[in-house]
Design a protein around this ligand. Structure first.
Ligand code: FS2
Ligand code: SF4
Length: 555
């Protein structure tokens, strides 16, 4: 196997024997074959896509989207479901090929793809040997960004919202990758178009979430187990708000309390979800701590999306997957609607639930968290933010967000927030917030009677859309470009959604973004140089204080 798509890749170069994520060589090979099948499907679909009936277009987009999302880090470890997916891709390729239209041009190995292809032929490292690391690095930047885009598209489409331009782009970009293009300029242009289409897709998802569940509003959330309700319980992790809604419906008369985990924390801010009184709070922290946290949780667990860790031996009978998530030997809940959750509810009823006295709150936690700083809330104080920036009451806004992960070097983000001066504001999002949200950050007085918490949690990783819209609104009001705002972006990355969000920020022309804890292994020095030259993107420094000093300059 060879895989270097995520930040934790072994040795900072590639997982070759087994994934640090626990992906085994068989699943790695199936993922490679599947992604090459997606490219083959795109080459067959592209020449006729505009002329296909709507139903067939949707079938192609769903197939590309779901097959791609399945291969994102920490989504599926289930070889049998990859085989089914590959067979479905083959059936769709044959159905489209029967129309007798010449496919779009493709590299010989993609054009010759069949489900029984030798997985070695689909491996990245073999392409690197032939095409060179720079070109393959940029191809992979697009391929991994497409995985993130597929995740957001899947969430939006599940809620019935489509962005046709972005869906057309999905087919076009996969067909582009199928050619294994070598022109650096064309690769960079496609990467930035990916960022643009990802923004459109996140906009669709934002619309879907807010139309369906209302605009998030600031909400104080009880943080279990230090603050919790007695009784039977279910923990919901991942990003999918539709699953959360349907589970709340399914459990409303059962007495079972529902808790959020990881990225699902944001669900507590949506009016259409927090109206359920049995949504009892948040339990635990970010994805990488799930093995101990799920083990200790006294109820059943539902994984709706990434990030799942397949080390489930201590709680296999009470963890369930749904949608594209898969772990070999774990019960997978299929279908749609509240009825599908009967086995999960039965497992929660069989577990002890919360009983007795809550544990003491450690220094690294609090008893509650505040979430739900959505776009209307942030936009409503744009005038005061700009006035405070003008008067010097607000020195700088930091966007400190992204993924969390195992590495100790991620404590940089805790240090950064803790050491940021009191006249700064920090916007955060995605699971990287768990590096900051236990800190007592206090408030900032912007004047005009507006006092804000210094740490504003915008939501999940897809709520990068809120951050982007806030930046655009501030720049428009200030009659300046986004790079002229008193704003610095300090990102943590782990998986491929962060790649497409980074490309969206670059598409907007944002410069000087700091990225950590390590730069992507797939971006060779030569490929990185292209991004440095155009956007001055760079790594975080060894010390948060030194980076703060460099950003803020002398007082
Ligand atoms: Fe965190 Fe994992 Fe959100 Fe990423 S829960 S690293 O996939 O999508 O962010
Ligand atoms: Fe390694 Fe990450 Fe690939 Fe898993 S997803 S095999 S940890 S590079």
């Amino acid at each position: 196997m060879f895989c270097y798509q995520c930040e934790q890749t072994i040795g900072g170069t590639g997982c070759t024997k087994v994934g640090r994520c626990m992906k085994n060589p068989e699943v790695a090979a199936l993922e490679d074959v599947q992604m090459m099948g997606v490219q083959k499907l795109a080459t067959v679909a592209k020449p006729i896509f505009a002329t296909l009936p709507q139903e067939m277009r949707e079938k192609v987009v769903w197939a590309i989207t779901e097959a791609t999302f399945m291969t994102l880090t920490n989504v599926s470890f289930d070889g049998a479901r990859f085989r089914q997916e590959i067979a479905s891709l083959q059936a769709l390729i044959e159905e489209l090929s029967a129309r007798g239209v010449e496919p779009a041009p493709a590299a010989p190995d993609v054009a010759a793809w069949t489900p029984s292809i030798d997985p070695k032929k689909a491996r990245i490292d073999l392409r690197m040997a032939v095409q060179g690391k720079t070109v393959v690095g940029l191809q992979e930047l697009i391929a991994y960004g497409m995985k993130g885009l597929a995740a957001y598209m899947d969430h939006a489409m599940r809620l019935g919202v489509h962005r046709p331009g972005a869906e057309d782009f999905m087919v076009e970009a996969m067909a582009f990758l199928a050619q294994q293009p070598t022109d650096v300029g064309a690769l960079l242009a496609m990467a930035l178009r990916l960022g643009e289409n990802n923004l459109a897709t996140m906009d669709g998802l934002h619309e879907a979430n807010c139309h369906t569940y209302g605009d998030p509003t600031p909400t104080e959330v009880q943080w279990a187990p230090f603050s919790r309700q007695e009784g039977k319980c279910i923990l919901v992790s991942g990003h999918d708000l539709l699953d959360m809604y349907e589970l709340l419906e399914a459990t409303k008369d059962t007495g079972i309390k529902i808790y959020t985990h990881g990225e699902m924390l944001a669900a507590n801010g949506y009016p259409g979800l927090k109206k359920y009184s049995h949504l009892a709070g948040h339990y635990g922290t970010a994805w990488q701590n799930q093995v101990a946290e799920f083990r200790d949780f006294p109820g059943a667990v539902l994984m709706t999306t990434n990030c799942v860790i397949p080390r489930v031996a201590e709680y296999r009978e009470r963890i369930f997957t749904t949608n594209l998530v898969g772990v070999d030997g774990v019960t997978h809940i299929t279908g749609r609607g509240p009825e599908r959750f009967a086995p999960l509810i039965a497992a929660a009823q069989a577990a002890p639930g919360f009983v007795g006295t809550a544990p003491a709150t450690p220094d690294t936690h609090r008893t509650s968290l505040t979430v739900g700083f959505g776009l209307p809330t942030v936009a409503s104080v744009a005038d005061q933010i700009l006035a405070a920036a003008g008067s010097g009451a607000l020195r700088r806004i930091f966007l400190v967000g992204g993924c969390d992960g195992f590495e100790g070097s991620r404590n940089y983000y805790t240090d950064f927030a803790a050491k940021a001066p009191k006249d700064t504001l920090i916007l955060t999002l995605a699971c990287g917030k768990f590096k900051l949200n236990h800190l007592e950050m206090g408030t900032i007085d912007l004047g005009g009677g507006v006092v804000l918490p210094r740490l504003l949690d915008l939501g999940q990783c897809n709520d990068a859309h809120t951050a982007v819209e806030a930046v655009k609104a501030l720049a428009a009001k200030a009659h300046c470009g986004p790079n002229e705002l008193p704003l610095s972006i300090v990102l943590s990355w782990f998986e491929q959604k962060a790649v497409c969000i980074l490309l969206s920020l670059l598409h907007l022309g944002l410069r000087n973004i700091r990225l950590g804890p390590a730069l992507p292994a797939f971006l060779t020095p030569e490929a990185l140089a292209v991004l440095v030259e155009k956007f001055n993107i760079g790594p975080i420094g060894a010390s948060a204080q030194a980076d703060l000093d460099a950003i803020l300059g002398p007082v």
